[in-house]
Ligand binder design. Structure first.
Ligand SMILES: [Zn+2]
Ligand SMILES: [Zn+2]
Length: 429
């Protein structure tokens, strides 16, 4: 089928710049999600929002209610659709489009929408600054390319709706909040929205600096990870008059931080543990009542990560007991490990070649990071379906999560064509 890729490229660039300028971090994507909902609706998709497709018990690392309300009001002031935003209060910013087109399988594609908490460069050498579409929100920037992902998803939505002879079955396009910090995907998978899905596919732009024209057809070596906050609650007292009446949460936190690095390595594979932040105490002459440790664990697979997580909680509980304080463990994020289906990898390689990619890689990419799409992959796989994660290459102006990050806008075209081809080929599988 003949595609007008000039028009497609122009539309992708325009939409990407709009999204880039309105960068919103995890669970505050009110403007972005409203834009997505409207675009899906206008293209003829049935639109699902927030609680339709999110389980509130599995939203991790949700910002404080005041922050959420402020960001919601900001989005409304910037022209977000009030009817859509009304359904997103409290951070329920996931959006999905559903379209049925005769008998066939249910295929899902996932796109993440959130920005990174980093200040965007205003240097005229930085393409978005030069072209006048830097983030209007201080401290939030699309420094991971999710503006590109969202614009790819919306272009795909329009293309699928306009070419229904090219595919059949049901398609679910999932626009996910809060991928950064691996916080948002689990709430969608635990909602059951993907339980009838036969194939689920997601991709990421960039990753490798010299990526233009390169397509990786299956990445599955994500590290499983848990983001945990240990809240120690002690008893404050006068450090001179009655120290024996106090219970120091600071000592419990500090002892835990030291002992966590003593977790034995595992013979089954790589593990990681990091204490990223410690906060404790109020004043020089007060026995500290509160202590906080912000930690993360990782493992080459989900079982290895579970081992480090269980050990870390056991150690924290032990130190809480030793110092006579209480411990509350809060889950601030998490991701599993997962694997891409070899058959879907082959299919993706063929679709990417057809879309014009010149360099197709089958080898696992050394990602070294984590992706909470793994929750969706494992949910679909658990129900007998198949899952795939790919990388759409692009030359990058700076590293991911850096204030000078940027991808080539021209590299947004092939991902749309690849996914469109996949939707067609997956129709009869
Ligand atoms: Zn990122
Ligand atoms: Zn990312």
């Amino acid at each position: 089928m003949a595609m007008d890729t000039t028009g497609l490229a122009a539309a992708l660039s325009t939409e990407r710049r709009l999204l880039h300028a309105h960068a919103e971090s995890g669970f505050t994507e009110f403007w972005t999600a409203s834009h997505v909902a409207k675009a899906l609706h206008d293209a003829g998709w049935e639109v699902k929002i927030g609680k339709d497709i999110m389980n509130k018990d599995f939203m991790m690392g949700l910002p404080a209610p005041g922050v959420l309300a402020k960001c919601r009001d900001r989005a409304l002031a910037e022209g977000a659709d009030p009817a859509f935003v009304a359904r997103m209060g409290g951070g329920f910013t996931a959006v999905a489009g559903v379209m049925s087109n005769g008998p066939g399988p249910v295929n899902a594609f996932r796109f993440d929408m959130d920005a990174v908490d980093v200040q965007e460069s205003g240097d005229p050498e930085h393409f978005p600054a030069r072209e006048g579409f830097v983030s209007v929100h201080d401290g939030a920037m699309h420094a991971c390319g999710h503006d590109g992902h969202t614009s790819i998803g919306l272009a795909l939505a329009r293309m699928l709706a306009g070419n229904k002879d090219a595919w059949s079955g049901t398609i679910k396009l999932v626009f996910q909040p809060a991928e950064e910090g691996v916080r948002g995907a689990r709430s969608i998978s635990e909602s059951g929205f993907l339980d009838d899905v036969d194939n689920v596919v997601a991709g990421h732009l960039g990753i490798l600096p010299d990526g233009t024209d390169r397509f990786h057809c299956g990445v599955g070596d994500f590290l499983a990870t848990s983001k945990l906050d240990f809240h120690f609650q002690g008893v404050s007292s006068h450090a001179g008059m009655s120290p024996e009446k106090g219970r120091s949460a600071l000592l419990a936190a500090a002892a835990t931080a030291v002992h966590l690095s003593g977790i034995a390595r595992h013979g089954g594979g790589a593990t990681r543990i990091n204490v990223g932040r410690m906060e404790a105490g109020t004043g020089r002459n007060v026995v500290p009542e509160k202590g906080l440790l912000v930690i993360e664990t990782r493992g080459a697979d989900s079982a290895l990560n579970a081992y480090v997580e269980e050990e870390s909680i056991r150690i924290a509980e032990g130190q809480a007991h030793a110092y006579g304080v209480n411990l509350r463990v809060e889950r601030a994020g998490g991701a599993l490990s997962s694997v891409s289906d070899p058959g879907l990898m082959e299919l993706a390689a063929a679709c990417a070649t057809e879309a014009g990619y010149g360099r197709i890689s089958h080898d696992a990419l050394p990602l070294g990071g984590s992706e909470d799409f793994s929750y969706m992959m494992e949910r679909v796989r658990g129900n007998g379906g198949k899952a795939l994660y790919v990388v759409f290459g692009s030359d990058l102006a700076g590293p991911h999560h850096n204030g000078r990050f940027d991808f080539r806008e021209a590299d947004l075209v092939k991902p749309v064509l690849t996914l469109f081809n996949m939707a067609g080929r997956l129709s009869d599988r």
